[in-house]
Design a protein around this ligand. Structure first.
Ligand code: ZN
Ligand code: ZN
Length: 345
């Protein structure tokens, strides 16, 4: 659909037609315009047309429609690095986490391969009222130090004394929850335990996994989408401000481990449906395991990945995954796609 309709409203009778006697006898569907004889009906039709035109005049909202023009779709932009800091080949003076500022209110923390081969990504989003940290990293780290650095930087820039922090998880696996204890001890922090019951209670999801709920950080609405299958408590988060879909270990450039095939298939369908007609700037997962060479990954446990795939995927990858699963017809098998691999456990 185009932009606002600016052509003037034509007289109502031009839109009204009646079948001529010729048309009736011949079955010809040719119609001829006629003036409306019933004035009340004419008013009603005019009203309906006016309402329809008013609907057209409402500008498309980010997150509610595909962009009509290639003008950035009204979403808040940010920058992703061309490549991430490499853990290695010599692990000397490599920081435990690389802090990348996507924009002033979204930070990405990438754990170094020298700290843990999983090299997960953590996301820290700031709203007007609170901040949300997605995941806490793998293995033994000083993650709290890095998170505090980011929060302090944000507070200073925004001339604020404090901001409440919510710590939630894309799912419960240990490589995403290892820093929980440290963060729980941080004043002003609410930690959502990584299990289905706690996630449901905190976000107010009564119908798991079919219900999608909103969670507001203060002028920053997020959609929380249950996506069990890789792990029971997996969720995806859609940030309406940046139009980024955070998918954890369910979709990323690497091995998509499927624990519960039926649940996983349902979750991918849910994501496809949820994103239909929405702006999706990036799909950001929690690892990179593929190389830049199509159909080729790094072996499990690789620390140093000098030719690793970009972090960001897009809705096309989601559709590709959905199609691959549909072709498998309920029996999920290992299958390498260009940028990721379906990998039943
Ligand atoms: Zn996982
Ligand atoms: Zn993981």
């Amino acid at each position: 659909m185009g932009g606002p309709l600016l052509t003037p409203l034509r007289p109502v009778q031009q839109f009204l037609f009646r079948c001529t006697s010729e048309c009736r006898t011949s079955g010809d569907l040719r119609m001829q315009p006629t003036a409306m004889s019933n004035p009340r009906l004419s008013e009603r039709i005019a009203l309906i047309l006016m309402l329809f035109l008013l609907l057209l005049l409402v500008p498309p909202q980010p997150g509610s429609a595909q962009a009509p023009q290639p003008d950035g779709a009204g979403v808040r932009t940010g920058v992703l690095p061309g490549s991430w800091l490499l853990g290695g080949p010599k692990c000397v003076e490599v920081p435990q986490f690389q802090i990348h500022q996507y924009n002033e209110d979204l930070y990405i923390l990438r754990e170094s391969g020298c700290t843990n081969f999983e090299k997960p990504f953590l996301y820290l989003l700031f709203g007007k009222d609170k901040a949300l940290l997605l995941d806490t990293g793998a293995g033994k780290t000083e993650v709290i130090r890095y998170v505090r650095t980011v929060i302090d930087d944000w507070l200073r820039r925004n001339k604020r004394e404090s901001v409440p922090l919510v710590v939630a998880h894309t799912h419960a696996h240990r490589d995403h929850t290892s820093g929980d204890q440290q963060l729980e001890a941080l004043p002003g922090t609410t930690l959502v335990k990584p299990d289905v019951k706690a996630v449901q209670e905190f976000f107010g999801i009564s119908n798991w996994p079919d219900q999608i709920v909103q969670y507001d950080l203060g002028a920053r609405a997020l959609d929380v989408i249950p996506i069990p299958g890789h792990e029971k408590s997996s969720i995806a988060i859609y940030d309406r401000q940046t139009a980024i879909l955070f998918t954890g270990d369910t979709l990323y450039p690497g091995r998509l481990y499927v624990d519960d095939a039926a649940a996983f298939i349902g979750s991918i369908k849910r994501l496809v449906e949820f994103t239909r007609g929405k702006i999706v700037a990036h799909v950001l997962g929690a690892h990179i395991e593929n190389t830049r060479t199509p159909y080729l990954d790094y072996r499990i446990g690789t620390v140093y990945q000098p030719e690793e795939h970009a972090l960001e995927l897009n809705r096309g990858h989601l559709l590709e995954l959905d199609e691959a699963l549909r072709q498998m017809d309920g029996k999920v098998v290992r299958m390498a796609m260009r940028d990721f691999t379906v990998w039943p456990k």
